[in-house]
Design a protein around this ligand. Sequence first.
Ligand code: SF4
Length: 338
Amino acid sequence: MNKDALLEVKNLKKYFPITGGFFNKVEGYVKAVDDLSFEIIKGEVFGLVGESGCGKSTTARSILRALDPTSGEVNFYNSKTEEVYNLASMDKAQLRGVRQYIQTVFQDPYSSLNPRMTIKEIVAEPVLINKLAPKSEFDEIVADRLERVGLKANYMSRYPHAFSGGQRQRVAIARALSINPQFLVCDEIVSALDVSVQAQILNLLEELKQEFELTLLFIAHDLSVIKHICDRVAVMYVGKIVEIAKTEDLFANPAHPYTESLLAAVPKTDPESGREILSLEGEVPDPSNPPSGCYFHTRCKYAEEICKKEFPELREVKGNKVACHFAKELELNGIAEI
Ligand code: SF4
């Protein structure tokens, strides 16, 4: 494992069996996550982006062991104990010991907070579960975390229904930070919020990242959100990573045609930029029956004969990691501004 990495995902697969017939026999698999490998460096925000159904959330859930991976490794380096744990092979008891270092914030702030619990109970719950402090200290911990996310400490006696979507997401972040995690997984955390509130939450997250020395896996389908906060980005398509690059390189010089298409579909804020807004044509292929060769060939305007026959492996091209037979030759269009 790279000495600078906090998380190393190696050949991770999550296949869901498709059963049918009289004996419920396994007739195939939905390959939601298909042989992913990447590293997340300590202190960085690593983005996972792609269209709906590409496997981003299943990847996160497999890393977190909310789903059991079919195979592969998820190596987590605990900088406090200086030990490496393979989360993918740990049993439930072992995982309980590691959960205090890894927290998650989910998309929907309305369903992720229990309406019958007070804000204090919600924020302190991870401390209680992980037995990290006596109950007598809960008021102090909760007040501190609420203030750090921009909420008043005296809100702790209220219930979630008293808060707006943005405030609820702040509560969810306060809860995640209550136990000082090293690694935070954010799964579409701003996609249910208004654009103005989105920017506030992203700015808050950037501040908290520094303050709590966090490393983040940030999942989003919206490239403008990714550009705002991520240091590096992996682009997913039908359960595979097709490109990994630094955020500014990915936006300015994409090396995979799918990345170029995603960028072209981002609405521009500057009408003078002259960028043509394209929508991605064609359907995302069925992950239980992906196309032969390159999975993107059914939608790719650069496809040639080899693309239908040979699967392109992820390899280093122009500083990016790219899975395209023609990544070296193609001159693709990026975007400077969103
Ligand atoms: Fe397009 Fe071929 Fe590259 Fe796939 S391998 S992205 S089909 S050019």
